[in-house]
Ligand binder design. Structure first.
Ligand SMILES: NC(=O)c1ccc[n+]([C@@H]2O[C@H](COP(=O)([O-])OP(=O)(O)OC[C@H]3O[C@@H](n4cnc5c(N)ncnc54)[C@H](O)[C@@H]3O)[C@@H](O)[C@H]2O)c1
Length: 283
């Protein structure tokens, strides 16, 4: 089994921030890397605010809060990204992820595990251009990463068995429920959940129900979040991107055709909570 003492989280956006917080809370020395200094600052403030909430709820002490924060090194220097495990959570673009892994391969030990948190890009495709593709794997957290239990561990045909087991054990140590699956479009959750979003938007587009009605109905039926509230949480650009990739990868079936309503939201930069407006508005 590989020893994971240091984790480098690349990307300090919604997911990277949550994963870095989780990693530091579990006592792991953590590097939070982003090309944007502004995002790094936002991430640090976000983690601090989350930890303050935990202090106020008596879930951690003020001293523990300080220890957790001190375990995270925030950096915009790629040379700082030396770790036992890299988890990338940067923009959802295959070439960007390949480039990043290639740069990291140059400065890291050949046994450093390169994990992607992608929601929809093929792990096999990402691994193709990387030196030692057998160490490339998917480690797909859900939003918000410190809270959501599921982690999809996505293996390609080449992923080393020992790496799969290492990430299963690590996820359990982080208090998560790991599920190992093969690399296929949308993995498990994003494949099954596509219809949840798409059918909801079709109902609204056809004038058969309002956004609020659909959310109330689904939440009252037992779903934790209605589809529109959930899309606002995920981010419209991310969710629309996943829909496009899954639709194309499965041969463009009509049942999975991305929604024009959502495309319009992306064009208007109404991306959900992160921009203050999506299907709903946020203060
Ligand atoms: N948002 C979700 O609910 C969700 C859930 C699971 C997985 N994901 C996946 O996680 C990844 C990140 O999603 P997000 O919602 O956190 O995105 P985001 O837009 O909130 O953050 C992306 C961050 O990556 C940074 N970045 C871009 N290029 C970079 C590079 N080359 N090196 C370092 N940093 C770079 C950006 O500055 C930004 O801070 C995507 O692959 C997405 O598919 C998202």
């Amino acid at each position: 089994m590989y020893q994971i003492k240091t984790i480098c989280v690349c990307g300090a956006g919604t997911m990277g921030t949550g994963i870095a917080q989780l990693s530091a809370m579990k006592g792991i020395s953590t590097i939070q890397f982003d090309i944007s200094a502004e995002m790094l600052e936002k991430s640090r403030k976000g983690i601090e605010a989350n930890l303050n909430t935990l202090v106020n709820k008596d879930r951690i002490t003020p001293l523990e809060k300080e220890e957790i924060i001190s375990r995270i090194k925030f950096s915009s220097q790629i040379n700082d990204c030396v770790a036992d495990l890299v988890i990338e959570a940067i923009i959802e673009k295959k070439e960007a992820k390949q480039n990043l892994f290639n740069q990291l391969a140059l400065i890291n030990h050949p046994k450093t595990i390169l994990a992607s948190n992608t929601s929809s890009i093929s792990i096999t495709e990402i691994a193709k251009t990387v030196t030692s593709p057998s160490r490339v794997i998917g480690m797909h957290f859900f939003n918000p990463a410190p809270i959501m239990k599921l982690v999809e561990i996505v293996r390609t045909e080449n992923t080393e068995e020992e790496i799969i087991q290492t990430l299963v054990t690590l996820s359990e140590k982080m208090g998560k429920i790991p599920v190992v699956c093969n690399d296929s479009p949308g993995f498990i959750v994003n494949r099954v959940a596509r219809s949840y979003y798409l059918e909801a938007m079709r109902l609204v587009e056809a004038g058969l129900a309002t956004i609020e009605t659909v959310d109330i109905a689904m939440e009252s039926a037992g779903f934790k979040m209605g589809p529109f509230r959930l899309m606002d949480l995920i981010g419209m650009d991310i969710n629309f991107g996943v829909s496009q990739i899954v639709w194309k990868a499965l041969g463009e079936p009509d049942r999975l055709r991305p929604s024009l309503l959502q495309e319009q939201k992306v064009k208007q930069n109404e991306l959900g909570r992160k921009t203050g407006k999506g299907f709903y508005t946020y203060p």
